[in-house]
Write a protein that binds this ligand. Structure first.
Ligand code: SAM
Length: 269
């Protein structure tokens, strides 16, 4: 199971920045179909596609806990949520490493493929294959991955932020999620694509600042995951971290740090 398993149980506040980033990137392009690879259960990109008068296709290979507490295919959960919102979309169970263009109805061109924080869950050969597959699905491919090496606490917050980062990295490793996928994204994508494809790369680094609320939401999510997989050593670390983060917000003395970077590769043909 992936780190997305607990998504149903938590607020989506800490997904705000990645979502806004996706929207800013997608706003640069004209497209009639948005294919969301490894879509997860968040409905916002489908809502955005609707605003852009584009068709939305979301696919995912994993299962997650639904509102009734039962594990179901992620695509099925997203499909249910979109139906409840009155949004027409295709949601399918498919693996990014084996999906074919024929696996979904694609009447409207051009197509943009969006894969956010998915490659980090794959090993290197799978990533190369996944990128090749994405490039076959559409004319534009947007890949986004985190690089956690960039996270750094300011002055007095340095040690605390390092300890938070280390605990997060431990948990990600346990879940077989590569926290440094952003660090190697350009080289992996470069290996996957050949002309006529071209790649443009960007890094979104945010400045040192009081991103405490975002970190709190993330650590709360990590705590839930650590409890789920019974890593009680990490549970024992995340609990006090949450108290400290909450306290710093209450006292008006936010923890200041530079967040992990989002690395972006845009592939076009
Ligand atoms: C960290 S979540 C990100 C979800 C969504 N893209 C987002 O940014 O909110 C990673 C997603 O990738 C999915 N995933 C992992 N391996 C996959 C694969 N081989 N094929 C398709 N989806 C996969 C997981 O089920 C999970 O929903």
């Amino acid at each position: 199971m992936s780190i997305a398993d607990t998504q149903e149980n938590i607020s989506s506040a800490d997904y705000e920045y990645p979502h806004k980033t996706s929207v800013q990137l997608l706003n640069r392009f004209n497209f009639a179909t948005l294919v969301d690879a490894g879509c997860g259960t968040d409905t916002r990109l489908a809502q955005y596609a609707k605003l852009r008068l584009a068709a939305y296709v979301g696919f995912d290979a994993d299962a997650a806990k639904d509102q009734d507490g039962v594990f179901k295919p992620v695509a099925q959960i997203l499909g249910r949520k979109l139906k409840e919102l009155g949004i027409t979309a295709q949601t399918l169970e498919a693996d990014i490493c084996s999906i074919e263009p024929e696996d979904f109805d694609r009447t409207d061109h051009p197509t943009v493929v969006h894969a956010r924080f998915v490659l980090a869950q794959l090993n290197k050969p799978q990533r190369v294959e996944a990128i090749k597959r994405c490039a076959q699905l559409g004319q534009i491919v947007i890949l986004m991955e985190y690089d956690w090496t960039a996270m750094l606490g300011r002055d007095d917050d340095f040690l605390f932020v390092e300890s938070v980062k280390q605990a997060i990295l431990d948990l990600m490793m346990q879940c077989r999620v590569d926290a440094f996928a952003g660090h190697t994204l350009f080289s992996v994508a470069g290996e996957a694509i050949k002309p006529p494809y071209t790649m443009q790369s960007e890094k979104l680094a945010r400045p040192m600042g009081p991103w405490t609320g975002e970190l709190l939401a993330l650590v709360e999510r990590m705590l839930a995951k650590a409890q789920q997989i019974k890593r009680f050593d990490l549970v024992a670390k995340f609990g006090p971290m949450i108290r400290k983060l909450r306290g710093s917000i209450t006292l008006g003395e936010p923890i200041c740090f530079r967040p992990a970077e989002i690395v972006i590769a845009i592939i076009t043909r």
